[in-house]
Ligand binder design. Structure first.
Ligand code: UT7
Length: 336
């Protein structure tokens, strides 16, 4: 048995900064509502027509992670790509990344677990490395939300929250069993699937021919829906539960945490969790202020920034945790 360690990290966000004031020109919202309820000051949106997609952003983040891991692209044994905003309905972006990076015919897996996508991906990658099957796995979380948001007052409860961006990690074999990913913990509760969802263009409710024939501009099923307060209430409970589960599994407690990197859903959620575990400001990394909620990309972007700022150091106990659509949630306990 081996462990897996994160040997390289990278992220990419589009240059185009969209402030809360910018959004207030498109819909009935304002800077103080957004900051007070979410902590978000600005986010990045791909400019229409500039060519960036979920895949291309993922590729840009991946190139940085590969270089920092000190490996060649041909050393990658497997690709895992998490997103809720794929370029195509199918095939998923895993194979598109493989093509763009010109990596030989390794397997590429797409993960559909929204905000928990990166933790689910880490967990899958970790099992492959632990078992000895693979040595280096490229894990990407990337999202292009802006193209799919309802930028009118009707969609303001969702549209002000989400941003575009990508993060990537290389997971590599670690021979020292006391280091690297110690454990991952995954959960889901499909009972609440529609509480945070995008129903169309799924095949479940309607036939494609009907969708095309309808072409109804009032059809909201093409936009993401979120029952915000219900999601919020579940998030704070599940974040806490899954962090405790991870700590217990490793005979650790909150006092052992050096750095908590929560999925950037809402600054108020992060602050609730911080308070619950009695963590100082410097023990929780947040960047939702700059990027909004980038779902599957949020943890790898935050982890990369924390690492770049020397806030994640060798020997640190790093805890990652996420909650989101599905509902799905999870945590990863890492000895850096
Ligand atoms: O990443 C996946 C997991 N996601 C989450 O965990 C998100 C969880 N939920 C949340 O973060 C919060 O519920 C939101 C930020 C989405 C919303 O905050 P809230 O405090 O729950 O607000 P609300 O939905 O209860 O809306 C309060 C009021 C409503 O007006 P009335 O009915 O009180 O007159 C909304 O219509 O705020 C109104 N509102 C807005 N006003 C200005 C909703 N969106 C906006 C907006 N600007 N953008």
């Amino acid at each position: 048995m081996y462990n897996s360690k994160i040997s390289g990290l990278g992220y990419y966000v589009p240059e185009n900064v969209v402030t809360n004031d910018d959004l207030s020109k498109l819909m009935d919202t304002n800077d103080s509502w957004i900051q007070e309820r979410t902590g978000i000051q600005e986010r990045r949106h791909v400019i229409k027509g500039d060519g960036d997609t979920t895949t291309t952003m993922g590729v840009k983040a991946a190139k940085v992670a590969i270089e920092r891991a000190g490996i060649d692209k041909d050393d990658i044994d497997f690709i895992i790509f998490a997103t809720l905003s794929p370029d195509y309905y199918f095939p998923g972006p895993g194979v598109l990344v493989q093509r763009d990076l010109n990596i030989k015919t390794v397997g590429a897996l797409d993960i559909r677990n929204q905000c928990s996508g990166f933790i689910y991906s880490l967990s899958v990658a970790d099992q492959y490395i632990k078992s000895g099957m693979y040595k280096n796995i490229l894990v990407i979380g990337s999202e292009l939300h802006s193209h799919g948001l309802d930028m009118t007052t009707r969609g303001r409860g969702v549209s002000v929250i989400f941003g575009d961006g990508a993060g990537a990690a290389i997971l590599s074999r670690e021979e020292d069993s006391t280091k690297g990913i110690l454990s991952t913990h995954l959960h889901s509760e499909g009972e609440h699937a529609e509480q945070l969802s995008l129903i169309a263009p799924g095949m479940g409710k309607r036939w494609v021919t009907d969708i095309i024939a309808d072409q109804d501009e009032n059809d909201e099923s093409y936009y993401p829906y979120m029952n915000g307060q219900f999601v919020f209430k579940n998030a704070v409970v599940r974040f806490s539960e899954v962090i405790i589960e991870g700590l217990k599994k490793n005979q650790l407690e909150a006092a052992n945490i050096d750095m908590l990197i929560p999925h950037q859903a809402n600054l108020r959620i992060s602050q609730f969790v911080q308070k619950k575990f009695g963590l100082r400001n410097d023990q929780v990394f947040n960047n939702i202020m700059k990027y909004g909620n980038t779902t599957a990309a949020s943890i790898p972007i935050a982890l990369t920034e924390a690492w770049e700022q020397n806030k994640v150091k060798s020997g640190d106990l790093v805890v990652l945790a996420a909650f989101g659509s599905g509902f799905t949630w999870g945590s990863a306990i890492i000895k850096w």
